[in-house]
Design a protein around this ligand. Structure first.
Ligand SMILES: [Zn+2]
Ligand SMILES: [Zn+2]
Length: 81
């Protein structure tokens, strides 16, 4: 299972970058350790879970990476085919 660690300070959650629609069932069953909803920076590739970057946060609203300021994309790991 492809996972990415959340870049949020002190956050130990893994981000499920599964391509399964609706998220990986293992991740969904363990929300303490896996985030199914998250944003990924298009530049530095850091991921931020929905707790570190909740929808009401400024960075989320601006779609701006807290680390480098580049655009954030929703689960934006591009799939290389
Ligand atoms: Zn970034
Ligand atoms: Zn986090």
């Amino acid at each position: 299972m492809a996972v990415l660690y959340c870049a949020g300070p002190g956050c130990q959650r893994m981000l499920s970058v599964s391509v399964i629609p609706g998220g990986n069932p293992v991740a969904r069953a363990d929300p303490e350790h896996f985030a199914v909803d998250f944003l990924v920076c298009t530049k530095c590739r850091k991921g931020f879970c929905d707790r570190c970057l909740p929808p009401e946060s400024a960075f989320h609203k601006l779609r701006s990476c807290p680390e480098c300021g580049a655009d954030l994309a929703t689960r934006a790991i591009p799939h290389h085919r």
